[in-house]
Design a protein around this ligand. Structure first.
Ligand SMILES: Cc1ncc(C[n+]2csc(CCOP(=O)(O)OP(=O)(O)O)c2C)c(N)n1
Length: 303
């Protein structure tokens, strides 16, 4: 139990997630924040597979599975139906997908639902690869991350591209609440889910959810890995509320990124030069966000 959070569970134990799964913590605590009057929609992925092996289900609220390409359209339909029934204010609508779902395969469906303005809270549980199908690279895999489709060989050392800045792309749709969070700070995540649910129109939370199976670290270390990612600025934690970006946890004295990278098998091939590259990459991206914060209302004009 985490201090200050309700005891009631809407996601039961007995699911089949791996030991140390970060995503499952994000799903469970989003439901605590949302409560019993919730409808959940979920894309394909680990969370769907481990929580609903027919005829069993971990879900204690109504739950709908959708394909990558249409689950935000399903959520749009539910929003419209609730409005027509006069029940929209009484029911929370949570929509879950992994990084594969939102960075890549279901991106157009997410974008369409955001642009149409349907009220729903999208939660992207980011484990930086397609884990359910065997750890393939995604638009969220960071540079040099080794996956089964971006392996570390003699010449090419893991993924050669950057991570897509999805929260900023989502914010550019002119929605009123976007936040990033980490399973290393569940209280913060819980508050952000509540805030998202109270937002007018669509809202989006990107939650950093380490995966021991795909990142190759000990399953006991999930929270430590998630915390280190925040403390070295690899995973920035901020909100974009009504167009204004604001850090909710600013890291003034960051730990070296090397400390984070060295703890995971997916980065074990990195030499000095590549580690320095990732450090520079992390610094530049963090500084860019600091600049957006200084502008006070960076996305205001798009609302
Ligand atoms: C259109 C389509 N392409 C590919 C697949 C195969 N597939 C099922 S789950 C999955 C990966 C999901 O990755 P992610 O969204 O990151 O969730 P995770 O499994 O990591 O939780 C893929 C590629 C599919 N079901 N549908």
């Amino acid at each position: 139990m985490i201090a200050g959070l309700p005891e009631e569970e809407y996601f039961s134990s007995g699911h089949r997630a791996c030991a140390g799964c970060g995503e499952i913590l994000a799903v469970r605590h989003a439901l605590k924040a949302s409560g019993k009057n919730t409808i959940a929609v979920m894309a394909t992925g680990c969370m769907e597979v481990v929580s609903t092996p027919y005829p069993e289900s971990s879900w204690k609220v109504p739950w709908v599975h959708g394909a990558f390409e249409n689950h935000p359209a399903i959520a749009s339909g539910i929003d419209a139906a609730l409005k027509a029934l006069g029940k929209r204010d009484k029911i929370n609508l949570l929509v879950f997908g992994g990084d594969g779902a939102y960075f890549d395969i279901g991106f157009q469906a997410l974008s369409g639902a955001l642009e149409r303005g349907h009220k729903a809270t999208y939660i992207c549980t980011d484990d930086e690869a397609y884990m359910n199908t065997g750890v393939q690279r995604s638009g969220a895999t960071p540079p040099f991350g080794a996956t089964t489709t971006s392996p570390a060989g003699k010449k090419i050392h893991g993924k050669q591209q950057a991570k897509k800045p999805l929260p900023l792309i989502v914010a550019a749709h002119g929605i009123r609440y976007v936040a990033t969070a980490s399973v290393s700070n569940i209280q913060d995540y819980y508050k952000k889910v509540q805030k998202a649910l109270a937002t007018e129109g669509p809202s989006f939370i990107h939650v950093f959810t380490p995966c021991p199976t795909g990142w190759y670290y000990d399953s006991a270390d999930t929270i430590e890995i998630a915390r280190l990612a925040v403390e070295c600025r690899f995973q920035p934690i901020y909100e974009i509320e009504n167009g204004a970006l604001k850090f909710t946890s600013k890291i003034e004295n960051p730990k070296p990124v090397a400390e984070y990278l060295q703890k995971q098998g997916r980065f074990k091939h990195l030499g000095k030069e590549e580690t320095e590259f990732v450090q520079k990459y992390v610094d530049e991206r963090y500084n860019f966000l600091l600049e957006l914060e200084k502008q006070k209302k960076a996305f205001d004009v798009l609302l």
